[in-house]
Design a protein around this ligand. Structure first.
Ligand SMILES: O=C[C@H](O)COP(=O)(O)O
Length: 309
């Protein structure tokens, strides 16, 4: 079915209702099996650097200050100041009012500035306010917008409203990439995760993202598995590749490596680059740096060694 025929509410519903159901038990078993895979030390070193390069280093607190954002940007560009071989992260993710600070601090680094928008994290605001929020972030220099879907509308069955809102925000993004946050912890079932993934992709999402980090559960392996299957099948059907970003609650190197194994086994190696896969996290970077140091020196550097995320 083409995107055009989805604009009618009935066509959209028929399309989403026609998606096969998710085998919940199967998805959980498969995610658990992949999570228990061990990888060789050399592969682990490569996986750590790849994971670092995929981090959207995030601070989304009411107490964020320009100073904190500048410190985060310095860390994004040189995660370990004593070791220039550590790659830089993919992007820094902040609230719209901090975009200008991040853009200035990251000038010349090639690191993206992502901004949450559309009344993050609840998404409860009129569309005009969401569009103004988006435009303000883009005008301040954000290269990526992380929007939230209207979960209330989705769960009430008003799929056309969710679809049209994504289309409008995508338009307001101009040249900025759009990540669509499904807030999977509020969608109740993996079937809903699959439906929301397809809805977002058909509405123009460049990335689909699991969570805001403000709702539990945030990112999980089974949810990310379902989203990876969706982007894989979407590319096979339409030719358009969409990225995936698990976010929230990813804290350890072990977690990060599990996600990379899942990407490789589910969507395939085409997604194993920061262009198509991101890890949204406020604190995983320090653990990646500690494990990286341990692999190269054999000595475990405690958390005090690295600056706080
Ligand atoms: O998008 C990223 C999340 O907001 C970060 O969540 P986290 O603090 O659990 O890592």
């Amino acid at each position: 079915m083409s995107t055009e025929t989805l604009t009618g509410a009935a066509g959209l519903r028929a399309f989403l209702d026609g998606l096969p159901g998710v085998d919940q038990v199967g998805a959980e078993e498969r995610a658990a099996r992949l999570a228990s895979r061990s990888i060789k030390t050399t592969a682990k070193a490569e996986a750590i650097d790849l994971a670092v390069s995929m981090v959207d280093l995030t601070t989304l607190e009411g107490a964020d200050t320009p100073g904190k954002v500048r410190a985060l940007c310095a860390k994004a560009a040189r995660p370990d100041p004593s070791d220039p071989s550590v790659p830089k992260v993919a992007a820094v993710c902040v609230y719209p009012d901090m975009v200008e600070v991040a853009v200035t601090a990251l000038a010349g680094t090639g690191i993206g500035v992502a901004s949450v928008a559309t009344a993050f994290p609840s998404g409860r605001a009129p569309l005009a306010a969401k569009l103004a929020d988006t435009r303000a972030a883009v005008e301040a220099g954000a290269s990526e917008i992380d929007m939230v879907i209207d979960r209330g509308a989705f769960l009430a069955g008003d799929l056309a409203k969710v679809f049209e809102e994504i289309v409008a925000v995508k338009d307001a993004c101009g040249g900025a990439h759009l990540k669509v946050i499904l807030e999977t912890g509020e969608l109740a079932t993996l079937d809903n995760v699959r439906r929301a993934s397809w809805l977002a992709m058909r509405a123009g999402a460049d990335f689909i993202k699991t969570s805001t980090g403000k709702v539990a559960p945030a990112a999980t392996l089974p949810v990310t598995l379902v989203m990876l299957e969706a982007v894989r099948d979407h590319r096979a059907e339409t030719g358009r590749q969409v990225g995936v970003k698990p976010a929230g609650g990813i804290k350890t190197t072990k977690d990060a490596v599990r996600y990379l194994v899942l990407v490789n086994e589910t969507a395939g190696p085409d997604w194993l680059t920061p262009r198509w896969f991101r890890l949204g996290a406020s604190s995983v970077l320090n653990d990646l740096l500690m494990q990286r140091r341990k692999l190269s020196t054999g000595v475990y550097a405690g958390p005090d060694y690295f600056t706080l995320d």
